[in-house]
Design a binder for this molecule. Structure first.
Ligand code: FAD
Length: 385
């Protein structure tokens, strides 16, 4: 028998869980389906912490979305009566003309956002966990901090279920067939009819959205945790979350000691190695740990070389490293949510609202024009042209 829903959300990681919660809160009859148990180890939405910041160096046009995301994170916290987002400030460290430092400054200037500038001496006095080269600076975004991904995903699913959503876990959707009256989605366990479908399947997105086969590339990401050498200097009050621009070597990110494993460190996009989403994440190897151990030894004097944990996770990159939030070309019944190129978690709370708007209303007032299939194709055409 086929069940009838207003909206079906396929994939309940960060983006899908939030979309399901926003839909259910609006009284939409919704079903959420995930192939596994949400925030599982093969998803992109696990691992203790995700960075959030407001002065977005990548592009100032993200700032209005971030402002809304902050409001929505606080709404989730109020509903759950627990902390999801902790403010520690975020330090963006590098040469004054580096992409991260210059981009953060430009974004703050355009949107009149507060930030503090610290030179090497000021950093040593105030935040002794870090070591800066002569001439490097740090911009402190006072609104920055970290989000707990597992609490956020499970929190959104809990509120969705409380508001009437149906949850099917351990069921993989294998086809989506839109027609004039609705969409049929099918798994080995059954088929369902819905008026609209949201596809938020992370690193598996191209399996259901063929237009993304060439464009959405899952890559391997590695993070490691280290015990502090100086426990005082690595507490969140003395060690804000950070991003560090290392020029041609890329950028690194890290978190203070917020759990038993200590300080967490990773390099954005790591070695950009493509992976098969249907295989287990390739294990951490000596090249991975040598890279991260080397960074810790050089840049974080308050952190010891005692690495107690390391794990692989996955980013899914689009060509421009932006987002994609749009209807599937040729169907106004299927909404596609890209996994956001390794920087999407902080936006989950606003992406959920946007996806719910698109599915329930056919459009949104939030600024997403840059995240269309057309923009992605224009970018690809410019890059190869
Ligand atoms: C190590 C790491 C660090 C990161 N750091 C940050 C950060 O500091 N700040 C930040 O903003 N972002 C960060 N990101 C990026 C952010 O976490 C991701 O953008 C986000 O988690 C992607 O969520 P998602 O819901 O799109 O995908 P996922 O979490 O992967 O969820 C997709 C879900 O879809 C399910 N699924 C797949 N196929 C099917 C199917 N056919 N049928 C049913 N279900 C299906 C899967 O089981 C999975 O649960 C980081 C990512 C990683 C990996």
């Amino acid at each position: 028998m086929t069940a009838q829903f207003d909206v079906a959300v396929i994939g309940l990681g960060a983006m899908g869980s939030a979309a399901l919660a926003f839909l259910s809160a609006r009284g939409v009859r919704a079903i959420g389906i995930d192939a596994h148990f949400p925030a599982h180890a093969l998803s992109s939405s696990h691992g203790d912490s995700r960075l959030i910041r407001l002065g977005y160096f990548e592009d100032p046009s993200y700032v209005p979305l971030l402002q809304r995301a902050y409001e929505n994170w606080r709404m989730l916290e109020a509903r759950l009566r627990t902390d999801v987002l902790t403010t520690t400030g975020v330090l963006q460290i590098g040469a004054p003309d580096s992409k991260i430092v210059a981009g953060t400054r430009a974004s703050c200037a355009l949107h009149s956002l507060a930030y503090e500038e610290l030179d090497r001496q000021a950093m040593a006095a105030r935040f002794p966990a870090f070591s800066l080269d002569e001439g490097e600076i740090a911009l402190l975004d006072p609104q920055g901090g970290y989000i707990r991904p597992e609490i956020a995903v499970m929190g959104y699913l809990t509120t969705a279920a409380a508001d009437g959503a149906v949850l099917h876990l351990g069921e993989k959707i294998t086809s989506i067939e839109p027609d004039d009256a609705g969409v049929t989605i099918t798994s080995p366990l059954g088929s369902y009819r819905a008026g609209k479908v949201i596809v938020s399947t992370g690193s598996w997105i191209a399996e259901l959205v063929p237009q993304l086969k060439q464009h959405a590339v899952p890559i391997r990401q590695v993070v490691a945790w280290y015990q502090p050498r100086n426990g005082f200097a690595t507490q969140p009050q003395r060690m804000p979350v950070f991003l560090r621009d290392e020029g041609a070597e890329g950028s690194y990110f890290g978190f203070p000691a917020i759990g038993a494993d200590g300080v967490k460190v990773g390099r954005h996009a790591h070695f950009r190695e493509p992976i098969d989403p249907n295989q287990p994440n390739p294990p951490v190897n000596e090249t991975d740990t040598a890279l991260l151990d080397g960074f810790v030894a050089k840049r974080l004097p308050a952190v010891s070389g005692l690495r107690v944990n390391a794990t692989t996770c996955r980013y899914t990159m689009l060509p421009s490293e932006d987002f994609l939030l749009d209807f599937m070309p040729g169907s106004s019944r299927v909404v596609v949510a890209s996994p956001c190129s390794g920087h999407g978690f902080k936006f989950t709370s606003v992406v959920g609202e946007i996806l719910a708007d698109l599915a329930a209303d056919g459009g949104t007032d939030l600024p997403i024009n840059a995240f269309s299939f057309e923009s992605m194709e224009r970018f690809v055409a410019r890059s190869v042209g």
